[in-house]
Design a protein around this ligand. Structure first.
Ligand SMILES: Cc1ncc(COP(=O)(O)O)c(C=O)c1O
Length: 388
C-alpha cells in the first residue's frame, strides 16, 4: 500500500484542464456597484446578481453597521441555542408579508435553505419531480433526501404530467421542484401550469425564486406574485441577489415554517445569520418592495439591451428577467469572447459545461446601469463580434 493517497487529485485537476472545465476566481476590488475593479482597472459590472443595485447602497451599509455595533459580528450559535436575535424575526416577518405568506424561516444561505427544506419534506418512500435545469442546490437537497428523483425536459409541462401519470401513485408524497427564473438562461417558467398539475396530482410544490425576487411581480415579490398563485406553496429564495445581502429563506404556511424549525437540519445545526446580513436584508426588503421606480429602471435597462441586441442581429436565449445570455460558439470561443470583453472594460462571464450544456456569455442587468453603460457594452459586443 505505497504511494500518495492524494495523487488522484492531481490527475482529476488535469482532466478538468483538458476538458476546459477548470475554474478559478477573479477578485473584484472596491464597493459593489455598476463598476468593479479587476486587476486594478475599473470595469463595467455585467456579471453580478445585484439586480437592484442594493449591495453597495448606503442604507444597507448603515443598517449592517448599526446591527454590528449593537449585536457584534457573529450570531454566536444556532438559532435554537444562543443565535436568535430580534432582527431575525423582524426580517422573517418582512419577507412573509412581502411574499403574502403566513411565516418565513431565514437560513444562512439559499443553498442551505434548499438543502434543509427538501429532505425535511420528502424521504425514501417519496418522489421528487424536477426540471432538468434546476439549480445545483435543489439537486443537492433532492439527493440528500433519499427520495426517488425524476427529471422532465426543461419547462416541458407535458413531460412533467407524463411523469406524474406514470409514477405519482407509486409513492407516498410527491414534491415538484423548479426554479421560477432559471439562473443560467433567464427564462421564466409557466408556474401557473405547474401549480395546476401539482394540485391535480396532489403534489407539494417548491419554487426557487432566487432570480425572480425583487425583479418580477407588481411589488417585486417574484413569480408567485406575477402569476397570482393562490394555495399552499413552498416559496424559497435568497437574500444574496436583488436583496444585496447574504442568506436564504423559505416562506409558506405557519405550520410549514414551524415544522422546518424542528426538522430542517441545515437550519438547526448551523450558526444563525449574522446580525449585519439580517439587518442589511431587512433594509433591502423595504426598498425592493416600495421603490417601484428602481424596479422599473431595471426593466427599462432590460428592454434597452434586448432591443439593441436584436437590432445588431445578435440572438439571445429566451429571457423574461434581468439575465440575458448570448451564445458565441464552443467553450474556447466563449472564453475568448469573455476575455476580449474584459480587455474592453466589460465584465461578463463565460458560462460553460458542466454548469450548462452549451457555453454562453451571461449578462446580468442592474437598476443602477445607465443608458451610457449599456451602450458601452453594446459597442464592445459589436466590435469583438466583427473581430471574432
Ligand atoms: C436558483 C438559485 N437557487 C439557489 C441559489 C443559492 O443561493 P445562495 O447564493 O444564497 O446560497 C442560487 C445562487 O447561487 C440560485 O441561482
Amino acid at each position: 500500500m505505497n504511494g500518495d493517497p492524494y495523487a488522484w487529485i492531481r490527475s482529476d485537476l488535469a482532466s478538468l484542464h483538458r476538458a476546459g472545465w477548470y475554474r478559478s476566481t477573479l477578485p473584484g476590488t472596491g464597493r459593489a456597484g455598476a463598476y468593479t475593479q479587476i486587476g486594478g482597472r475599473p470595469v463595467l459590472q455585467f456579471a453580478s446578481n445585484d439586480y437592484l443595485g442594493l449591495a453597495g447602497d448606503g442604507r444597507l451599509i448603515e443598517a449592517a453597521c448599526r446591527a454590528t455595533q449593537h449585536y457584534g459580528t457573529g450570531a454566536t450559535g444556532s438559532r435554537l441555542l444562543s443565535g436568535e436575535r430580534p432582527i431575525h424575526r423582524e426580517l422573517e416577518r418582512a419577507l412573509a408579508d412581502w411574499k403574502g405568506c403566513e411565516d418565513c424561516l431565514v437560513f444562512s444561505s439559499g443553498y442551505l435553505a434548499n438543502l434543509g427544506a427538501i429532505p425535511a419534506l420528502v424521504g425514501r418512500r417519496d418522489l421528487i419531480v424536477a426540471d432538468e435545469r434546476n439549480h445545483a442546490s435543489l439537486r443537492s437537497g433532492a439527493e440528500l433526501s433519499g427520495a426517488r428523483q425524476l427529471f422532465y425536459a426543461h419547462a416541458d409541462l407535458a413531460a412533467l404530467e407524463a411523469l406524474l401519470v406514470a409514477e405519482r401513485h407509486r409513492h407516498r408524497r410527491c414534491l415538484i421542484c423548479t426554479d421560477t427564473v432559471f439562473s443560467m438562461d433567464g427564462d421564466l417558467v409557466d408556474l401557473a401550469g405547474i401549480a395546476r398539475l401539482a394540485e391535480d396530482y396532489r403534489c407539494m410544490l417548491l419554487v426557487d425564486e432566487a432570480h425572480a425576487t425583487g425583479v418580477i411581480g407588481p411589488r417585486g415579490a417574484g413569480a408567485v406574485e406575477h402569476f397570482g398563485l393562490p394555495g399552499p406553496l413552498v416559496q424559497m429564495g435568497t437574500l444574496s441577489k436583488a436583496l444585496g445581502s447574504l442568506g436564504g429563506y423559505i416562506c409558506g404556511s405557519a405550520e410549514l415554517v414551524d415544522y422546518l424549525r424542528n426538522r430542517a437540519r441545515s437550519w438547526i445545526y448551523t450558526t444563525g445569520l449574522s446580525p449585519a446580513d439580517a439587518a442589511a436584508a431587512t433594509a433591502a426588503v423595504a426598498i425592493a418592495r416600495n421603490d417601484a421606480d428602481r424596479r422599473e429602471q431595471l426593466w427599462e435597462n432590460i428592454r434597452h439591451l434586448r432591443s439593441e441586441l436584436d437590432g445588431l442581429g445578435i440572438e439571445q436565449l429566451p429571457s423574461d428577467s434581468a439575465i440575458l445570455c448570448v451564445q458565441v460558439g464552443d467553450i474556447e470561443a466563449t472564453r475568448r469572447f469573455a476575455a476580449k470583453l474584459l480587455e474592453d472594460g466589460i465584465f461578463a462571464p463565460a458560462i460553460r459545461p458542466p454548469t450548462v450544456s452549451t457555453s454562453r456569455i451571461r449578462f446580468s442587468l442592474s437598476a443602477i446601469h445607465t443608458d451610457e453603460m449599456i451602450d458601452r457594452l453594446l459597442g464592445a459586443i459589436g466590435r469583438w463580434r466583427q473581430v471574432g
